[in-house]
Structures are given as C-alpha cells and as structure tokens.
Design a protein around this ligand. Structure first.
Ligand SMILES: [Mg+2]
Length: 271
C-alpha cells in the first residue's frame, strides 16, 4: 500500500465529483444500435453493394471525431459535444460513400440517416438501461453518511439533462454541472460555487479533501490530480484509448489516484 495517510480524510464525509457517462451510467452502448441500424439501412439503399461493417463504422468514427472541431453550418459554432454531431456524422458517412461510387446522393436519404442517428438520444434508452449496477446503492450510502455528491459531466446540455432526469439523479445528488470541458479550474470553480451556495456547509470544499471518480484517465483523472484532488479511476472497456497512463502524472500524484479494483483497500483506509 502506498501512503495510506494521504487518504485519511475519507474517514469523515467528503465531497465527491462523479463523472456520468460510462461511470454512473453506460453511454457508449446507446450509440451502437443506431450505428448498426445505419449499416443495415445502407444495404437497402445501395441494393446490397456495400463495404464491410468494419469499414463503414471506422469511416463514421473518423468523420464524427473530425466534426467536433468543425463548425455546424446551422449555428456557425463548433459542433463540440452538440446533439447534432452524431446524426450529421452518419449523414456525412452516407455522403462520403456516395462520393466513393456506392450510390447517388439524395438529401432525403441523408435526412433519413440523421433520423437514425437521433435515435441515440431517445430518453427511452436511458429508462431501459438504468444506472450501472450498484451505482444507485453507492450514491444512497454516501448520502446517508452525509457526503456532498456532485455530478460533473461533459456534453450537450440538453442531452445530459435528459439523462439526469431519466436516471432520477437530481434528487440523489447535491448538484449537477454540465460542462464543455474538464480541467483543474473547472473542478476548483465548482468547489467555490458549492461553498458560495452553502451546500453541506460542514463538508470540506478543499481540493485535497475531494475525490473525483471517472472512467477517462485523460479528461477526468489527470485534471483532478493536477489541482491537488484525489481520484478513483474506473477503467472503461468501451473506449480503447482509456487506460491508466501514469506517464502523465508524477510520483506524488500517483499516490492520490486509485483504480476502482483497489476499492477494498480504500474502504480499509476509512474504517
Ligand atoms: Mg465518462
């Protein structure tokens, strides 16, 4: 065990920052169904003359990733995490395939493709899925102990709010912040806001007595460690790029992060 003393603050109620997507609720899976529907739809419109599913999905992923930094022609603003990005990426994949000679582009079909993409945001998905196993029980247990629970989630305001509502999280936590990026100052600003609002005044808002829980090492965990917070990393098998890359942190920061598989050790510390 590396320096149990660092984690002694867990013995009393503390502030927790939970990520939402693929931490408290599965997210990647809601995009898989529309992508598979799109692959099947292409076979219909191109009369079975289609590339392999792997090729189509890779194209869609590349186009989707590229769109993030491009402007949405409707708003003139970057797509970022907007609700339009995924449906537009599907329509643009159809367009790219037409340009490769698989068919003749038709705007009506492009709109059908967008409609398939919009299925990812159907709140019925969230109702069906529910939270990750035991996530609700964990939040309730922390609530009973008197901890301050905050959800910090990156994404489209409307989409994330629909998820919070569908998962009934508003009443299970003290606050929800939907942000467009996460860095050290995002986290510190939230702590200051919580202090200002007087939410759970007896619970510390010091960064070093706050724990961030998330599945993205780069965007949830590294910023937390850089601003002096502690962190619990939940490696998520849904995204191949997410692994515990300790080359980005120094030895002192390594002491302030644990993987969720070490949870028994963490509970041992707070007993
Ligand atoms: Mg996440």
């Amino acid at each position: 065990m590396q320096s149990a003393a660092n984690w002694d603050f867990l013995k009393k109620p503390i502030t927790w920052f939970f990520d939402l997507d693929d931490t408290l609720a599965w997210n990647c899976v809601v995009y898989n169904r529309p992508i598979l529907d799109f692959v099947e739809y292409l076979a219909v419109i191109f009369k079975n003359r289609v590339p392999s599913p792997g090729t189509i999905i890779r194209m869609q992923e590349d186009i989707d990733a590229g769109l993030g930094k491009q402007n949405d022609p409707r708003t003139g603003k970057p797509y970022g995490f907007s609700k339009q990005r995924f449906p537009d990426a599907i329509a643009l994949t159809y367009k790219a395939l037409c340009e490769m000679g698989f068919g003749t582009y038709n705007e009506k079909i492009a709109e059908e493709c967008r409609e398939i993409g919009r299925r990812a945001f159907d709140p019925a998905n969230y109702h069906k899925l529910g939270l990750v196993e035991n996530a609700g029980a964990l939040l309730r247990a922390l609530r009973v102990r008197g901890d301050r629970i905050v959800i910090v989630t990156k994404g489209d305001q409307e989409v994330q709010n629909e998820k919070i509502e569908a998962y009934h999280l508003q009443k299970a936590v003290d606050a929800v912040y939907v942000v467009d990026h996460k860095d050290g100052s995002t986290y510190v600003d939230i702590l200051i806001d919580q202090h200002r609002k007087g939410v759970r005044p007896n619970v510390s808002v010091e960064p070093w007595e706050t724990v961030v829980v998330g599945n993205s090492f780069a965007s949830d965990i590294v910023p937390a460690l850089k601003c002096g917070m502690h962190a619990i990393f939940i490696p998520c098998p849904t995204w191949k790029a997410e692994c515990m890359d300790t080359s980005k942190i120094d030895t002192e920061e390594r002491m302030r992060v644990r993987e969720v598989k070490e949870i028994a050790e963490i509970f041992g510390m707070i007993r």
